[in-house]
Ligand binder design. Structure first.
Ligand code: ADP
Ligand code: MG
Ligand code: ZN
Length: 619
């Protein structure tokens, strides 16, 4: 009840402000202009001067309309109080004689009408709306949701075009869902033997891996209606609406069985009830919605043919009650696609494009490790747009190359003016990264070197290309990776004699982060042993820049961690400086060429550097 009070208060307050504003503008628009008050004799001298075109006689006053002056928008009115006890017949006669319109057509409303129209009526309407809102809230719904027309938001796309053929690279997940498709197509077959079909299937995987797509494809394959709602749509201001929507959704679905009910971004409603307060959605709202969902999931049996699918990228935060048997009891994990998977996904999206014969999807897949289906779809689309802009007939390999760069690095910004000195510094920085990468046995091969600024990120870039998918990283690999990150700063340090620049900020941040993880998470420091420090799970609730870590170690350990991280970085930095110092002639040659050409590819680079280039050995 307390919550209701507070809500009603907030609503009333906001409402009064809004109503006052509305009333003000309404009156400004509708109210008749007040006539200018003049004296009795002034009024009649205006009449005699022939400036009055119409006169309205009321019980108390004469109101006269002056001849309209074209420069003014509104016509001007004057009013004079009638004098008591004076015979006005002569005056009226005179008005008639002058042809002044006396029929009282001047639109001046009576005092009463004015009051009613301008004040009472709007107040009445506003009051009614307010009352309605308060009542709705007391009933546990949003104040301004009118009835149940919200139900329209469910996307009952009975004719979904998406099928399994549109989903690639996640064959295990597809195989698992095939069973659901079979069941939806032919429920009797499964029930004959008394088996129970899973009620809820939860798709778990990183964003953009195709969870939403896959759910639609299941409906498309089985040719059943697909009701979908997204957890983020439940972000409502007022309590109760979310629960009402869940109820609606399931009611509609039951009438259309067999069908699929898909709850996208389940974590937005299904967060563990003990977890921290939601930042956007109020705690209560989420809890009510979640409870309603649990009730609905328990309240019907899947033999009716309604399958509930959910999708989330953070299963850890889901309330355990959701994952219990009888609810989302089956989980299908969707991973980032591997090399083959990426190629297959690219093939799906390339079907719609006109490709030139030089396009090698395998190569593109190799250049995009870690990317998910959504990224690849984006790249295919970008490439098509780039080709169109060139006015080309077909999409060529170079369009794909540029599209990948755009997605990974942002647009080229040739317009950004850098001084020659700055350019030279960037060239040393990037060449430093590249030479270190060429010198270390575990570093990924260099793919390209450039000093063309991009909208995202640095003033130049050095791209490495992993030779194959990595699932594990060894300690030497991590160390070499950090060393490559430090290469830019080290080159500046050597060439400019310690006068370093801000250009290495991002490199240093990433290097530090990686070194810290080696110490606190991977147990790769002798001094700190094979232990993990800090509880990274706590950071699941707040992603992005606000990562908090539950600290479960002492102040003294914290100091040791800092020392170890520092020792790793210092050691690697010294090593990198040694490498670059011995390869100074290479560095100068690469920089000279880079300043000339702005971009060097792997072959050009290799032609410039002297012999002992460490062979990159894949793990
Ligand atoms: P999620 O729901 O996992 O965040 P989506 O299903 O919304 O990802 O994927 C977004 C888009 O990316 C899809 O519409 C599709 O074009 C593309 N996509 C993602 N995964 C795949 C895949 N496995 N096969 C083909 N296309 C995919
Ligand atoms: Mg999605
Ligand atoms: Zn750098």
């Amino acid at each position: 009840m307390d919550r209701l009070r507070k809500q009603q208060w907030m609503f009333s307050l906001a409402y009064v402000v809004a109503a006052a504003l509305a009333l003000y503008f309404f009156q400004a628009a509708i109210a008749t202009p007040a006539p200018r008050r003049v004296s009795y004799s002034q009024f009649w001298s205006e009449v005699r001067a022939g400036r009055v075109t119409a006169v309205h006689v009321t019980e108390r006053e004469f109101v006269g309309a002056l001849k309209s002056d074209p420069s003014r928008r509104k016509r001007e009115l004057i009013a004079a109080t009638r004098l008591p006890g004076i015979d006005e017949t002569a005056l009226i006669k005179e008005l008639e004689g002058r042809g002044v319109d006396l029929s009282g057509r001047i639109e001046v409303r009576s005092w009463w009408t004015e009051l009613f129209l301008v004040w009472l009526l709007p107040l009445l309407v506003l009051g009614l709306i307010w009352g309605y809102g308060m009542r709705r809230m007391a009933q546990g719904a949003g104040p301004l949701s009118f009835g149940r027309n919200r139900a329209k938001i469910y996307d009952d796309s009975s004719r979904i075009e998406v099928t399994f053929a549109d989903v690639a690279g996640i064959d295990e997940a597809k195989a698992e869902l095939q069973e659901i498709v079979d069941f939806l197509k032919n429920p009797q077959k499964y029930q004959r033997l008394g088996g129970r079909i899973p009620k809820g299937v939860l798709l778990v995987g990183p964003p953009g891996t195709g969870k939403t797509l896959l759910a639609r494809a299941v409906a498309g394959e089985a040719k059943v209606p697909f009701f979908s709602i997204s957890g983020s749509e439940f972000v409502e201001m007022f309590v109760g609406l979310g629960a009402a929507r869940v109820r609606d959704l399931f009611e509609q679905a039951k009438q259309k069985a067999p069908c699929i009910v898909f709850i996208d971004e389940l974590d937005a409603i299904g967060k563990s009830r003990s977890a921290g307060r939601g930042l956007i959605m109020s705690h209560d709202e989420r809890e009510q919605t979640l409870n309603q969902l649990l009730v609905e999931m328990d309240g019907f049996d899947s033999s009716k043919g309604v399958i509930i699918m959910g999708a989330t990228n953070t299963p850890e935060v889901l309330d355990p009650a959701l994952l219990r048997a009888g609810r989302f009891d089956r989980q299908v994990v969707i991973d980032r696609p591997d090399l083959q998977g990426r190629e297959a996904i690219l093939a799906v999206h390339a079907r719609k494009l006109k490709l030139a014969p030089d396009v090698d999807l395998h190569k593109i897949a190799a250049r995009t490790p870690g990317m998910v289906g959504a990224d690849l779809a984006n790249i295919a689309n970008e490439a098509a747009l780039l080709a169109a802009r060139r006015g080309a007939e077909r999409v060529e390999m170079r369009d794909f190359e540029e599209a990948i760069d755009r997605v990974m690095l942002g647009l080229e910004k040739k317009s950004r003016v850098m001084t020659d000195a700055e350019k030279r510094r960037v060239a040393y920085h990037e060449a430093g990264h590249a030479l270190v990468a060429l010198s270390l046995p575990h570093a990924d091969p260099v793919h390209r070197l450039s000093i063309i600024p991009r909208t995202v990120g640095a003033l130049g870039h050095m791209l490495q290309l992993p030779t194959q998918e990595r699932y594990l990283m060894t300690r030497p690999q991590l160390e070499d990776q950090i060393a490559v990150m430090l290469g830019g700063r080290a080159a500046e340090d050597i060439v400019y004699d310690g006068e370093v620049s801000t250009g290495a900020a991002d490199d240093l941040h990433r290097a530090t982060e990686l070194a810290r993880q080696m110490v606190t998470r991977f147990g790769m420091s002798e001094r700190l042993g094979h232990l993990t420090y800090g509880n990274p799970l706590a950071s699941q609730f707040l992603k992005g820049p606000f990562q908090f870590e539950e600290r479960n170690y002492s102040e003294r350990t914290a100091e040791m961690i800092d020392d170890e991280v520092r020792a790793i970085l210092d050691g690697l930095y010294a090593k990198v400086k040694r490498i670059l110092a011995t390869r100074r002639p290479d560095l100068e040659r690469v920089v000279a060429r880079l300043l000339e050409k702005e971009t060097l590819d792997a072959q050009e680079l290799r032609a410039l550097v002297s012999a002992p280039v460490a062979a990159s050995s894949p793990a």
